[in-house]
Write a protein that binds this ligand. Sequence first.
Ligand code: THU
Length: 138
Amino acid sequence: MINENELVMRALEARKHAYVPYSHWAVGAALLARDGTVYEGCNIENAAYTPTNCAERTAFFKAVSEGVRDFAAIAIVGAYDTEEPEKICAPCGVCRQVMMEFCDPDTFRVILGTKDGVQVSQTLKEMLPYGFGPDVLK
Ligand code: THU
């Protein structure tokens, strides 16, 4: 199984595909499924702004649209497109909520990386305390 530093490297690769003509803030994500498959995602912006999709959600929607819903971790990197990620880029609230839909908050790990590798590794519960998830509606 891929380790957390290797997952950050996959996020750095994914970031190369970011389509960011408006903000120039390029984000990459690498979502690890429990079967070992890695789904890469980048942010995809739009001239109308609101259709923009974050890197994390791109990765989730790729996986879920292929029938995969069992996840172990996601690595995230971000920086302006002329630079390499030297500081962490934390996931937005909407992306944390999407994680909450498909992941176990106690075990799913959110890994924030830079060009040098892992900087922060926390559970989803730590990233999104008191999260509202599908269990509430069961
Ligand atoms: N963005 C992401 O892709 N993920 C994050 O975690 C933070 C924000 C994107 C959305 C937009 O394309 C750009 O970064 C600036 O907000």
